[in-house]
Write a protein that binds this ligand. Structure first.
Ligand code: ARG
Length: 558
């Protein structure tokens, strides 16, 4: 139930204002003694030519609804106190009836493509890519709940001059069996070596460019090596995706657009957008530096491939929204990209959004792959899973499906650590913080959910149970109010493209539930027991669904 909208309906009868305006004006008081909802009358004073306090008093005198127990007028506000049994019954009925579909929006919003993860071949999967992966995946799940059809695209960084360099490095210093044994580490080593050597010997850069040219033209040796590097890298990345439980609708990366770029360049020429600048082909932009389309040696660029990809995505999926979950440092690139598409006359470019996020810092500094200073993500995930397993062995050694739960908890810890922050915040990479099993962490939410499930088992909860016998109070009714807010939270999360909205929501719900748990003998044998368990059940449903939207599993025991 959208209570805000219901209360606005009630108020509409007494005010000469559109319902939407009333709904926007309605506030949630910070303190319970100020009511469950408040209507400020200040903005009405002018048009109604009355003091806010007077307007509030007039509304208070007349207002009547089964949802409202009473109202109080305090300095220009109408403070509304809900009729708890009726509001609670409505909310509970909705959740128990719709279960995991509670908070679903009609599936009519169209396709939303989400460009996420997109690591670079022959380089380690960095913490930055982890951020993109988990934020993008959560946005996909949240978009789906909001009624979009999400298409997850892993736009692999598998093309570009760096592959020319890598081929040169491999041909000079690489050993096949070393690469087979440890593909990413070995290829990274070669890449780092190339840059070191190229500082003394600039000819190497020349050679790297030459080999990328060969690759773009389909040279056999170059293609064979490239395919091999790609395959080995993908296998490594897949281990991480498997651990995280994430899959993609498309793995078409930059290379996929190699044969689709000429067409784009042709359109640019046709529309007279392409100009020459120092031998290179660029599109000039009003507000930003020119967008480089072709280098002087004819090589295409990251931006050229993104142009081709955007057009391809529109043709292929007819998206209404197209998201790019990519770090903050690429903001200019996406501004240029979107502007070039607009100049090309594509109206759909308005639906494209860059979703930036902050950096993953190590000791306050940016983590860089070039210098080999990088945390290997798979090792981090494994460490988290091992620690989770150790915890289980200590606390609950007889737990069934221990390994599976450890995996859910370990990865959940890492995902939640990432998603609970507003995405633009830089996050300090701290294994210790991620793996904490108390405080505002994934394991804390999972544990709250498992504890609630265990109550349902112990109390032999049988659904449907009546809640009419329940007495609502200061520990139980706040839970209802939070449950009631779930759909709004789901909606806000997509409006702001921000999964932390949901993470913060589940933290609030878990905290409210744990308070209830501490205050109330939930399993006490009396006529309210099944009613209390209904509330517990509603909490499990919404906690589990909230975690699911973040890409985190909710084990029933841990
Ligand atoms: N591979 C790039 C990187 O690691 C990210 C690609 C993002 N997606 C895109 N369509 N440009 O920096």
């Amino acid at each position: 139930m959208n209570i805000q909208s219901e209360i606005a309906n009630v108020l509409e009868a007494y005010l000469d204002l559109p319902k939407e305006t009333i709904e926007q004006l309605l506030e949630k008081p910070k303190f319970a003694h100020l009511g469950d909802m408040a209507f400020p009358c200040f903005t009405l004073a002018k048009s109604m030519r009355k003091a806010p306090q007077l307007i509030a008093e007039e509304i208070a005198e007349k207002i009547e609804s089964p949802l409202i127990d009473h109202v109080e007028v305090v300095s220009g506000y109408v403070n509304i106190f809900f009729h708890q049994p009726i509001v609670a019954a409505k909310v509970m009925e909705e959740i128990l009836d719709q279960k995991e579909h509670y908070g679903d929006f009609p599936k009519d919003k169209g396709v939303m493509t989400i460009d996420l993860s997109s690591p670079n071949i022959a380089k380690p999967f960095s913490m930055g890519h982890l951020r993109s992966t988990v934020i993008g995946n959560a946005l996909g799940l949240i978009a789906e709940k909001n009624g979009y059809t999400p298409i997850r695209i892993n736009h692999l960084g598998d093309w570009g001059t760096q592959f020319g360099k890598l081929i040169v490095a491999y041909k000079r210093w690489g050993k096949e069996e070393e690469v087979r044994k440890n593909p990413i580490k070995e290829l990274l080593k070669l890449y780092v070596l190339f840059h070191e050597k190229a500082e003394e010997d600039p000819i190497l850069n020349e050679e790297g460019r030459k080999w990328f040219n060969y690759l773009e033209q389909g040279n056999e040796e170059a293609t064979k090596l490239w395919k091999w590097f790609r395959k080995e890298s993908l296998e490594e990345f897949n281990k991480i995706y498997q651990l995280l439980g994430i899959s993609f609708d498309s793995n078409d990366g930059e290379a996929f657009f190699n044969d689709k770029m000429d067409a784009v360049v042709d359109i640019l020429k046709e529309k007279q957008l392409l100009v020459e600048s120092e031998g290179a082909q660029v599109v000039e932009l009003e507000e930003f530096p020119p967008c480089l389309i072709k280098k002087s040696d004819g090589a295409t660029l990251y931006a050229t491939r993104d142009l081709a990809a955007a057009i391809y995505r529109q043709e292929n999926y007819q998206f209404v929204k197209s998201l790019y979950v990519v770090g903050n440092e690429q903001t200019l690139h996406f501004k240029q990209l979107f502007q070039v598409l607009e100049k090309m006359g594509y109206d759909w470019a308005k639906g494209m959004v860059h979703i930036p996020f902050g950096m993953m810092l190590k000791d306050g500094k940016k983590m860089s792959t070039r210098k080999g200073k990088v945390v290997l993500l798979e090792e981090v995930l494994q460490a988290a899973i091992e620690l989770a397993e150790k915890n289980i062995d200590e606390k609950n050694p007889s737990l069934e499906k221990k390994e599976e739960v450890a995996k859910q908890v370990g990865t959940g810890a890492i995902i939640f650590h990432d998603l609970k922050h507003y995405r633009l915040t830089d996050i300090e990479f701290s294994l210790q913080d991620m793996l904490k099993f108390e405080g505002e962490t994934g394991p804390y939410i999972q544990y709250t959910h498992a504890r609630a499930c265990s109550l349902l088992r112990k109390g032999q909860f049988s659904h449907p149970a009546s809640i009419t016998s329940l007495q609502w109070d200061h520990v139980s009714f706040p839970i209802v109010k939070i449950l009631m807010d779930f759909p709004t939270s789901v909606e806000k999360a997509i409006e702001h493209y921000d999964p932390s909205e949901i993470a913060k929501y589940v933290i609030d719900l878990a905290k409210a539930f744990n308070k209830y748990y501490a205050h109330v003998q939930i399993l006490e044998e009396n006529e309210e027991k099944q009613g209390r368990l209904s509330l517990v059940y509603a909490v499990t449903l919404v906690l589990k669904e909230g975690l699911r939207l973040l890409g985190i599993s909710a084990p029933e025991a841990m």
